[in-house]
Design a protein around this ligand. Sequence first.
Ligand code: DLL
Length: 430
Amino acid sequence: MYWQAEIETMPRPELEALQLRRLQEVVRRVATTVPFYRQALAEAGVSPDDIRSLADARRLPFTTNADLRANYPDGLLAIPRQQVTRLHTSSGTTGKPKALFFSRRDVDQAAELIARCLVMTGCTAEDVLQNMMTYGLFTGALVLHYGAEKVGMLVIPAGPGNSERQLMLMQDFRTTVFHTTPSYALYLAEFIRKRGLDPRKDLALRKGLVGAEAHSEETRRKIEEALGIDAYNSYGLSEMNGPGVAFECEHKSGLHLWEDQYLLEIIDPVTGVPLADGERGELVLTSLTREAMPLLRYRTRDLTSVIPAPCPCGRTHRRLARITGRSDDMLVVRGVNLYPQQIERVLMSIPELGSNYLIHLRGLDELTVKVEFAASGFDGRVENLVRLEERVVEKLRAEILVKPKVELSAPGTLPVSEGKAKRVVDERVL
Ligand code: DLL
């Protein structure tokens, strides 16, 4: 099933011709309406007329997170202020957020893309969607909400947290699909289990749309098994509308990125050199159709690769491999480079462990992995706990090549956040 079959299955030569036309248009537009880009293009020695092929995109300047912050609040706006219909923001760890503007057409276009994604996972107007993302300045809930309404689903704007109420809504309104972060999906699964409910019998859930956080295949499997559903990976970022940039289809083997809307490149995060399909690097996106605030070659810092083969679903838009983290997530511990997701993958593959964990860096270079054990994973005997702890240490050491300290704790003892989970606390005094 397709939402916009003609676009979703457009032959590559046609799709690339459409991309080129849109790229030329957007470069011309920002060159005349956004002083920041006028200057950046001049510095790069490129004029809009120089863009004659898609490969010429590589001559365009990059846009970075720092550029967005430096131009806060509205320095990158490409349309008159009166034509802006919505503001979202994306908060970083410090200081002012990034401001992201939408025109009426941008809001509608974002909803169309979400509708494509939902239909791609097999959702229909018969479905009841419980949207447990945060409503408000965050794009996650609102952008998906409007797309789901387009499909004709019954949308429950539940918002995050309050598991008791989430469960009540699921039971009373026979929710079939939910939308949340992978960390909350795992938390909720445990909550439901503790209530003595069997999701397969007591709930109508069929699918989970999980995104906004990096997560491993092991985490997906854990969510699916605990809730008896299919979980689909959803990728997006506020700078490109929020959710709906790339999403898995029913084959669950990579995320189709909507190439009629976004020009994709994978580059070496250090040198900026373009990488070939199949090679892992940083995803760089150009918004081809956004009116209010199009961005040229935005450095997402997300690490992924393009899956070179076509997908059996018939969509011609290329797939991204699961995002394995961000280039700035990398931790250097005792001289060894490691990504939090490597730790997550190991923890999620050990059935005696629960789903909540925290990576704590302290002192000079001390790495402690704090993780809850599963309620069913501990029989109350201390020696078994010690043995489990040792096993976790060994498995982690084999994966990350550094020996961490592991602290096991009882289910429900580590902090749970309502939005994106904070998994790394770095308090080193290096
Ligand atoms: O998280 C948009 C979104 C909402 C996507 C709901 C999916 C579902 P931001 O707050 O701007 O926007 O954060 C974007 O989150 O650059 C990635 O680092 C990370 N991220 C988002 N989805 C995934 C995913 C939303 N499926 C940043 N896998 C991105 C890995 C993800 N990382």
